[in-house]
Design a protein around this ligand. Structure first.
Ligand SMILES: Cc1cc2nc3c(=O)[nH]c(=O)nc-3n(C[C@H](O)[C@H](O)[C@H](O)COP(=O)(O)OP(=O)(O)OC[C@H]3O[C@@H](n4cnc5c(N)ncnc54)[C@H](O)[C@@H]3O)c2cc1C
Length: 366
């Protein structure tokens, strides 16, 4: 059994690694693996902090993937001999004014109503946890179970683990998909028993897929910044404000993100977005102003009509989708990799992904 995976972001590489572990022959086709959204993402693993109203099914999948993270990381670090920067640091949400506080209280009520663990914090408690916070913050909440990983290290480790298991990496662009084969743009064909479409925001524009297998995925632009200082970051854990989030890493990096924009395939970094992200970050943690701005970047999230991924078989035999992970692709990498590898190995989709079958959009597609 041979799988050809189109796209080498965390999703494609995760599936390739897990499928190869189960004995499948796997080829990944990607001209620049890890250079899509997975290469710029912040790496928040925050199913509770980032829960959205009306997305309870997605929440269950997000929680399941968060639960699998520690084992996934341990196995991956062992297989790749690399570290991926997984930190069980917790995440605080911060309210700067009365409006933020009202919104936060409503969110905490919703989270608790769903049985999720969240601790409400007064401003003094919050500032004791995070002394770098601006004076005058009105209060906040702490989710001890929301963590982080470094997506760039994760991609590098997945590539190494894939290589060790004999996954073939073809650094070429897929021009089109022809049944169970991938036609390469530069010429040549990669034949398989099954093609897995994991090309992130580009999954919907791959040529050759019959209409019923084209995923309704659109690009959603995100601009994001990386900063760095000489010493430890001025905050200890992930921090979410109303307009911005900050992710401090143990190596001194601080990630500040992110815009959410509907602008097609545009990936320009704009002065306005950099300005707004920095302004909001410095308002929360004033010492961010002392850090060096080392990188600005933009990439494209694979958005879907219901913000949830499309995982599993399509109406077309031999074509499986693993895309549409939108804001949560880094978080969802373990459960996606396990479940899609199981589908490839056994022909059966495990129960955790049946609600995310691409067939739920079939009516829209036809
Ligand atoms: C600014 C920003 C911040 C984010 N922060 C977080 C976060 O904190 N936590 C979280 O869980 N998620 C986050 N995300 C979302 C997350 O990055 C995505 O959901 C995830 O990376 C999607 O992974 P993917 O492998 O599907 O896509 P990608 O990483 O985009 O990979 C797709 C791959 O397909 C390849 N490709 C495209 N076309 C072709 C072709 N024709 N032939 C061959 N290969 C092709 C590309 O080269 C690319 O490598 C963030 C996203 C952005 C943009």
């Amino acid at each position: 059994m041979k799988a050809v995976v189109v796209g080498g972001g965390v999703i494609g590489l995760g599936i390739a690694w897990r499928a190869a572990s189960r004995g499948l022959a796997v080829t990944v086709v990607d001209p620049e693996p890890g250079r899509g959204a997975s290469g710029v993402a912040a790496g928040m693993l925050a199913p509770v902090t980032e829960v959205h109203y009306g997305e309870e099914a997605l929440l269950a999948l997000n929680l399941e993937s968060a639960r699998r993270y520690p084992n996934f990381v341990a196995e991956l670090e062992d297989a790749s001999r690399m570290v991926v920067g997984y930190r069980a640091s917790g995440t605080v949400s911060v309210a700067r004014d009365a409006d933020d506080l009202a919104a936060l209280e409503e969110l905490v009520g919703y989270q608790r109503g769903l049985g999720l663990e969240v601790e409400r914090l007064r401003s003094r408690e919050l500032r004791r946890l995070e002394p770098g916070l601006a004076p005058g913050v009105r209060g906040g909440a702490m989710v001890a179970g929301d963590h982080q990983v470094d997506p760039r290290r994760l991609v590098a480790a997945l590539l190494a683990a894939c290589r060790r298991l004999g996954v073939v990496l073809r650094r070429e662009r897929a021009g089109s998909i022809d049944r169970r084969s991938v036609v390469l743009e530069a010429g040549g064909v990669e034949d398989g028993d099954v093609v897995v479409v994991a090309a992130g925001a580009w999954s919907g524009v791959l040529a050759g897929l019959p209409a019923e297998a084209v995923p309704p995925v659109r690009p959603v632009k995100g601009q994001i910044l990386r900063l760095r200082g000489a010493g430890a970051p001025p905050l200890a854990r992930n921090m979410r404000g109303a307009e911005v989030y900050l992710v401090p890493r143990s190596d001194g990096e601080v990630v500040v993100g992110a815009t959410v924009e509907e602008r097609g395939f545009d990936t320009a970094v704009t002065a306005g977005a950099v300005h707004e992200l920095l302004r909001a970050a410095i308002e929360l943690v004033p010492d961010v102003a002392e850090l060096a701005l080392v990188e600005t970047a933009a990439s494209l999230r694979p958005g879907s009509p219901d913000n949830a991924p499309l995982l599993g078989a399509t109406g077309v035999e031999g074509v499986v989708l693993a895309t549409g992970h939108f804001r949560n692709g880094i978080l969802l990498a373990p459960v996606t990799a396990d479940a899609v590898a199981e589908l490839l190995a056994t022909g059966e989709a495990p129960p955790e992904i049946t609600a995310f079958s691409p067939r739920r959009f079939q009516r829209v597609l036809s």
